[in-house]
Ligand binder design. Structure first.
Ligand code: IMP
Ligand code: MG
Length: 172
C-alpha cells in the first residue's frame, strides 16, 4: 500500500474553490464564457468549480498527454482530444488541476491563442512554482505547492488515486 500523506484537506479545497468561483463570476459577468477542462486530472476540480460559478457559461474538454506513467514531464505534448467548437471571439478560461513545468499549459495556450479567442486565461488549482520552466501566470490560482508529487482530487499516479477527496503527497 502506497504511503500518501494528506497535505490539503477536502475542507480547505472546498473553501478555495468557492473563492475562485466567486472571482470568476465577478470578472466574467455579462461575457460569453467557455470553460476548457484539460482531461483527465481537472475533472474533479471542474465539477466543483462549475457549482461555485454563478454566471452562465459552457464547458468543453481537451485531452493532452505529456507524462505517460512517469513522475516528471517528457517535454513533448500531444493533443489526444480537441475542442468541438470554434472559440473565436469567446472568453476562454482553461481549468487545470496543476502546473508543474508549465510545458503542457504553455503549449495549450499557444494553440488556443492562434484561434483568436476574445480572451484566454488559466484557472489552476495547484502550482508548483519552484518547478516552473515556462512562466505561466494563471489569472486564478489556488495553492502553491512544494516540489512534491501529489495525488487525489482528480490527480493520479499511473491512473490511480484520482478519487481521494484530499490532495496527498505520494511517497514510495
Ligand atoms: P507540466 O507540463 O509539467 O506543467 O505538467 C502538467 C501535467 O502533469 C498536469 O496537468 C498533470 O496532469 C501532471 N502532473 C504534474 N505534476 C503532477 C503531480 O504532482 N501529480 C499528478 N500529476 C501531475
Ligand atoms: Mg492535467
Amino acid at each position: 500500500m502506497a504511503n500518501i500523506v494528506p497535505i490539503i484537506e477536502a475542507d480547505d479545497i472546498a473553501t478555495e474553490v468557492t473563492r475562485l468561483g466567486a472571482l470568476i463570476s465577478r470578472d466574467y459577468a455579462g461575457k460569453d464564457l467557455l470553460l476548457v477542462s484539460v482531461l483527465k486530472g481537472s475533472v474533479v476540480f471542474l465539477a466543483d468549480i462549475m457549482r461555485a460559478i454563478t454566471i452562465p457559461y459552457t464547458i468543453d474538454f481537451m485531452a493532452v498527454s505529456s507524462y505517460g506513467n512517469e513522475k516528471s514531464s517528457s517535454g513533448a505534448v500531444k493533443i489526444n482530444l480537441d475542442l468541438k467548437q470554434s472559440i473565436e471571439g469567446r472568453h476562454v478560461l482553461i481549468i487545470e488541476d496543476i502546473v508543474d513545468s508549465g510545458i503542457t499549459l504553455g503549449y495549450l495556450m499557444g494553440l488556443l491563442a492562434a484561434r483568436h479567442p476574445a480572451s484566454l486565461e488559466v484557472c489552476a488549482l495547484l502550482n508548483k512554482k519552484t518547478r516552473n520552466e515556462i512562466v505561466i501566470k494563471p489569472k486564478y490560482e489556488g495553492f502553491d505547492l512544494p516540489d512534491a508529487f501529489v495525488v487525489g482530487y482528480g490527480l493520479d499516479y499511473a491512473e490511480n488515486y484520482r478519487g481521494l477527496p484530499y490532495i496527498g503527497d505520494l511517497r514510495d
